[in-house]
Structure formats: structure tokens, C-alpha cells
Design a protein around this ligand. Structure first.
Ligand SMILES: NC(=O)c1ccc[n+]([C@@H]2O[C@H](COP(=O)([O-])OP(=O)(O)OC[C@H]3O[C@@H](n4cnc5c(N)ncnc54)[C@H](OP(=O)(O)O)[C@@H]3O)[C@@H](O)[C@H]2O)c1
Length: 333
């Protein structure tokens, strides 16, 4: 089969022929129709991820058709149109992931290939939402699940609350924005790009500020005419301390990444405002099912930034690394 294979960190993944997976009795073979990239894939190629094994086919997000089944798999699975749950080994919605939790696309083979084999445990595969194209369905899993847990399980966002999503160009951030709007929250955003703020407004956000400008946080507070009940972030770094200034009394701040590195926070601001800070990471299979249910009920459509061919997908990594995208970077087979 054709696949995009990473042989060594700090080199580009290579489009090549690769051995097609053979099935164990509890596995199915999926012909991938579309896959999507996450920053995780870029970090792995750059050697910035723990436990990297090579050669590896990356790609945690994928959707496709079940074309072969193992001996123990019921016939009803054949020809099913499915999306792949990227969380392996985290079934119940527990406070933390189990120690043996892993993610599709390293250390196990990922979706940037014509075929992938998946062990059919509970909720490992879900039906593809009917209202979505293959490219849209493939855009959902990892980023959508991460946004869902941060927003609903951790920050417990409610309709009518004022929510700030930072770095709206991010794949997870944009899902958080769409999910919060669909849940009836008033959503504000930050970005390094005025154009991305305008694109978020077109999706239903109230407005935003450029985090590269000095005093962006004051600017945002004035525009929103009030402080934020919930803040969702993945950048961390120096700018994080300002979230404490613009959070409402009793505000909840959830973060799932640290793109800009460590941050310092004022204990006085934290305790006086009785703020809660939540670390969050991807999500359980139960939350994945809740997320897909939410997508079906609200008919939410993910934003697709660009669609690449598998043979050109190494360039899609550079596109994501450059941060020019708005929405998911998809690879169509
Ligand atoms: N823990 C988990 O389970 C999990 C899951 C997914 C992602 N992550 C992490 O979350 C981060 C984002 O991932 P992603 O896949 O969504 O990445 P992505 O799609 O590549 O987005 C990165 C975005 O970060 C924003 N950004 C950069 N510097 C910023 C700053 N100083 N302040 C605010 N925003 C800033 C930019 O937004 P603008 O373009 O709008 O400026 C950029 O587009 C990564 O660090 C990733 O490893 C963690």
C-alpha cells in the first residue's frame, strides 16, 4: 500500500510503498478515505515528543470503510463507514488516562496510508456522521475530542457564559470555538491574524484581539464589556498570566498544550478571584462518543483549511508548522 512514512526524526516523512497490515482475529482493516494532521504529527517529526519509534506512519485522525474483518469480528462490520477513535485504552470518562493509554499514529501505525488496522474494542470505531463529507469526518477526532473534554468535562461551560478561546488558528481551538457557540456560549477569540479573527466572527464568535499587540487583554476586556467565565488555551508562555486579569470571579481556565512554554501565575489573583486552573489532555472513548453525538445533534461541520494528496502530504506538515492554517489540514486518499 502507499503510505507516508517517517524514518528518522528531523527528516521529512517519505511517500512510499509499505507493507499492508495483516489482521488478528479481533481487528478490522479500514480503507482510509481521508486523514487529518495535528500539531502532534509535526512535533513527532521534529523529535519533540516522548517515546518516538520509527519507521512510523503518522496521523491520528482518519475516516474510511471497513473492507476486511478478523475471524472474531461479526459480519455486520463489513462495508461500515467509520471514523476512528484516536484514544487507545481509555474507555471510561475517568479523571485521568490509564498508564497504558496511547494514541493512534505512534507508537501504533497511523492514518496517513491507504489502509490501517484497528482492534475493535468498545467505541474504537463510530459510524461516520451522515451530514459530513469524508474530508470533514476525518477532521473531527483528535482536535474535536480534546476541545470537547477541555470545554465540557473540565471547564463545564454553560449556555450564556462568556468564553475566550486563544489562538483561534489552532485545530483544537477552532473546535472549542464551534462547540462553545453550538452550546449557546458567547465566544471571543485571540489570534496573531486579523483575518482569522474575522473568520471566527463569520462562524459566530462575537469578536477578538490580536495577542501580538501590547495590551491585547485590556482591549479584549473593553470590547467584550466584561470578564470571561471560561478561558481555553494551548499556548501557555508569557501571555498566560493575563488570563488571570481578564477572568471573571470564579472563572475556569482550561489548557491542553504549551506551545509557548512555561508560565507564571499570581497566587494572589488566583485565590482572590477563586479561579480554577484545569490541565486537560485528549479524552476517553466515552467522551469521544458524546462528542460525535453532539456533532450529529447540532449538525456541526468542522472547518477544513486545505486538502492535500497523500503523495504531497509532507508539504502539509510544513504548512501546519508555519501556522498559516484556519481549520484542519486534511489529506484525502
Ligand atoms: N494534550 C492534548 O491532548 C493535546 C491535543 C491536541 C493538541 N495539543 C497541543 O495543543 C497545541 C495546539 O495544537 P493544535 O493541533 O491545535 O495546533 P495547530 O492547529 O498547529 O495550532 C497552533 C496555533 O497556536 C496558536 N498560537 C501560537 N502562539 C500563540 C500564543 N502566544 N498565544 C495564543 N495562541 C498561540 C496559533 O494561533 P493563531 O494562528 O490564531 O495565531 C496557531 O495557529 C500544541 O502544543 C499541541 O501539542 C495537546
Amino acid at each position: 500500500m502507499n503510505a507516508l512514512v517517517l524514518h528518522e526524526v528531523k527528516t521529512a516523512p517519505v511517500y512510499q510503498n509499505f507493507e499492508k497490515p495483516t489482521l488478528a482475529s479481533d481487528e478490522v482493516l479500514i480503507q482510509i478515505k481521508a486523514a487529518a494532521l495535528n500539531h502532534r504529527d509535526v512535533y513527532i517529526t521534529q523529535g519533540l515528543y516522548p517515546g518516538i519509534v520509527t519507521p512510523i506512519i503518522l496521523g491520528s485522525d482518519g475516516a474510511g470503510v471497513v473492507v476486511e474483518i478478523g475471524d472474531a469480528i461479526p459480519l455486520k462490520w463489513l462495508q461500515q463507514e467509520v471514523i476512528i477513535n484516536p484514544s487507545i485504552g481509555w474507555q471510561k470518562n475517568t479523571a485521568v488516562q490509564p498508564m497504558d493509554y496511547s494514541i493512534v499514529g505512534m507508537p501504533t501505525q497511523g492514518c496517513l496510508a491507504e489502509y490501517i488496522k484497528i482492534k475493535v474494542a468498545d467505541l474504537a470505531l463510530l459510524p461516520k456522521p451522515n451530514h459530513l463529507t469524508w474530508n470533514e469526518a476525518a477532521a473531527l477526532p483528535l482536535a474535536g475530542l480534546t476541545a470537547y473534554r477541555a470545554l465540557f468535562t473540565k471547564a463545564k461551560v454553560q449556555a450564556g457564559e462568556r468564553v475566550l478561546i486563544s489562538g483561534i488558528g489552532g485545530g483544537v481551538a477552532l473546535f472549542a470555538c464551534q462547540l462553545a457557540i453550538a452550546a449557546g456560549a458567547e465566544v471571543w477569540v485571540t489570534s496573531s491574524s486579523e483575518q482569522k479573527i474575522e473568520q471566527a466572527i463569520a462562524l459566530g464568535a462575537k469578536g477578538g484581539a490580536n495577542y501580538k499587540e501590547e495590551n491585547w487583554h485590556q482591549d479584549l476586556l473593553e470590547k467584550a464589556e466584561g470578564a470571561f467565565d471560561v478561558i481555553i488555551d494551548s499556548a501557555g508562555g508569557d501571555g498566560f498570566r493575563y488570563f488571570l486579569d481578564i477572568a471573571n470571579m470564579g472563572g475556569r481556565i482550561a489548557f491542553y498544550g504549551g506551545t509557548r512554554g512555561s508560565f507564571k501565575v499570581s497566587p494572589q489573583k488566583m485565590f482572590w478571584k477563586q479561579l480554577s486552573l484545569f490541565g486537560s489532555t485528549m479524552g476517553s472513548s466515552e467522551e469521544f462518543a458524546e462528542f460525535i453525538d453532539f456533532v450529529n445533534k447540532t449538525q456541526l461541520k468542522p472547518v477544513v483549511d486545505s486538502i492535500w494528496k497523500l503523495e504531497d502530504a509532507a508539504k502539509a506538515f510544513d504548512h501546519l508548522d508555519a501556522g498559516k492554517q484556519f481549520g484542519k489540514v486534511v489529506v484525502s486518499m
